[in-house]
Design a protein around this ligand. Structure first.
Ligand code: SAM
Length: 341
């Protein structure tokens, strides 16, 4: 998509971010622990999903190592590989960017992997990345401080903090896996505030709706029940997980023109006729299955716990039990479900 309004300087945008970051201070990154996972204290209503990194907890007598380990950051990096390396064929974006140094904004940077990779590919460009969290890389594998050349702005909520922005000068705005980010970006006015007149924005989102083309699609399946509960819970929180059906209208209301809307099917099971197939579709599925079903990632349970316990009053045990059954169905060799990316 591209924007159709007048360009303006970015300095005020950055100043606003920096000021907010300083004012908020390190306490805003405080995490709390609930039902075995960690969440950002200040932002659990904005982002009701885990934000823990692996740590060497010693399991108690009744726990296994698997119970104690969850690495949300590695899970996010695996998703990055699934989408950008495999599904998008080693492209970090589909938009054609103009040559020359660019100003690029990554909204909701997560581990920072997209922003760091972009800096490698566009070394002369200014890459700014913001997130409510602060999980961007600050040290290398040997623990030495490292500077990837990206301006990371932690502790920034694009829904609120960026609301003050009236104008901007980014050539490219990217948002990946923010869950309903497009709708939220429109609400937050980040889109029309941030882009240059010739600028473009790109969203990479997995629509978590479990789709099924088979006539046998069991409306009463555990997967359907889970998704229905997630829809109700996330909507009641004001953060619907549903991918908006009128996505293009939303983008146009934000003052942009839709240039390209590409949908890639992400199947939950591989093509069992040709399991060894190197078909890209199979590769996408392999990566999907990795970040979904590696036991330490606890993806379904992690996605569901806060939403279903806090919004619908479920017990943690019921959420955990449903997650096991959902995993069983989605992880089945013959699972008929797919998602749209
Ligand atoms: C699922 S992660 C995806 C991270 C990264 N974009 C990726 O694709 O790997 C979503 C990220 O968005 C951030 N986020 C969610 N809502 C936000 C908001 N309102 N403002 C800033 N960051 C937000 C979360 O902290 C989290 O790091």
């Amino acid at each position: 998509m591209s924007r159709q309004v007048a360009p303006v300087p970015i300095q005020r945008v950055i100043a606003a971010h920096l000021q907010l970051t300083i004012l908020n201070g390190p306490l805003d990154q405080a995490k709390f622990r609930e039902n075995g996972r960690e969440y950002y204290e200040r932002w659990v209503h904005t982002y009701p999903y885990p934000c823990d990194a692996v740590r060497p907890w010693i399991p108690s007598q009744h726990e296994t190592i698997i119970d104690k380990m969850q690495d949300e950051l590695e899970r996010l990096d695996s998703m990055h590989c699934a989408w950008y390396i495999v599904a998008l064929d080693n492209r970090l974006h589909l938009a054609t960017l103009r040559p020359g140094p660019l100003r690029i904004l990554d909204i909701g940077y997560g581990t920072g992997i997209w922003a760091v990779e972009m800096k490698k590919r566009y070394p002369d460009s200014k890459i700014i990345a913001l997130d409510i969290g602060n999980d961007h890389p600050t040290v290398d594998v040997d623990g030495r401080p490292v500077d990837y050349g990206v301006d990371f702005l932690p502790g920034v909520d694009f829904m609120q903090d960026v609301l003050d922005l009236e104008e901007g000068s980014f050539d490219f705005i990217h948002a990946g896996m923010l869950h309903s980010s497009v709708e939220a970006l429109e609400t937050g006015k980040t889109l029309s505030a941030g882009l240059l007149v010739s600028g473009q924005a790109e969203f990479v989102e997995l629509d978590w709706t479990p789709r099924c083309d088979h006539a046998s699609s069991p409306g009463s399946s555990e997967v359907s029940q889970w998704w229905r509960a997630m829809q109700i819970a996330s909507t009641s929180l004001g953060k619907p997980l549903d991918y908006p059906a009128d996505i293009e209208a939303i983008i146009q209301r934000a003052g942009c023109t839709v240039v390209n809307h590409r949908v890639i099917n992400v199947h939950t099971a591989e093509d069992i006729i040709d399991l060894d197939s190197e078909d890209p579709q199979n590769w996408i599925t392999r990566w999907y299955r990795y970040f979904m079903f590696v036991p330490t990632f606890k993806t379904v349970k992690g996605m569901s716990m806060v939403l279903l316990t806090r919004q619908l009053g479920w017990s943690p045990e019921d959420v955990a039990a449903l997650a096991v059954r959902v995993n069983y169905q989605l992880n089945h060799t013959l699972s008929p479900y797919y998602h749209d990316l």
